[in-house]
Design a protein around this ligand. Structure first.
Ligand code: FES
Length: 129
């Protein structure tokens, strides 16, 4: 059974959609189930200490209910965080945030971690050229 939080996020996902002119995009697919998650990031520098942080984030996910709920919760979790903080988010933290996931759905949370990592790597690649 899905937790109440998973059902809420699935029925009313936060941050769903596209960012026009994003600073970075990450996409990850799960070859076994075929689900795909795409994450768009808008990155800003905090005026004071020039820390790069995630100003805005959106997602497009073609996937199972857990994948949608994970995308919604993860994008909430990373908004306003520094890039370093966002990179430290683990699948266990996402699962906890969702009040747990049924065992066969735990792997879906990896899709979120990997898509976010791809997006941040995309940003870092572009800015280290
Ligand atoms: Fe594919 Fe959930 S079954 S991500």
């Amino acid at each position: 059974m899905y937790s109440k939080k998973v059902i809420e996020h699935f029925k009313n996902p936060h941050n769903q959609g596209v960012i026009k002119n994003p600073d970075a995009v990450g996409e990850k697919g799960n070859p076994i189930c075929g689900d795909v998650m795409k994450i768009y990031l808008k990155i800003s520098n905090k005026a004071k200490n020039q820390i790069e942080y995630i100003e805005d984030v959106k997602f497009e996910t073609l996937g199972c209910a857990a994948a949608i709920a994970i995308s919604s919760a993860l994008t909430d979790m990373v908004k306003g965080k520094s890039i370093d903080e966002a990179l430290k988010i683990t699948k266990d933290q996402i699962v906890k945030e969702l009040g747990g996931l049924p065992a066969p759905k735990i792997h879906c949370s990896m899709l979120g971690v990997d898509a976010l990592k791809q997006a941040i790597e995309n940003y870092q690649d572009k800015n280290n050229e």
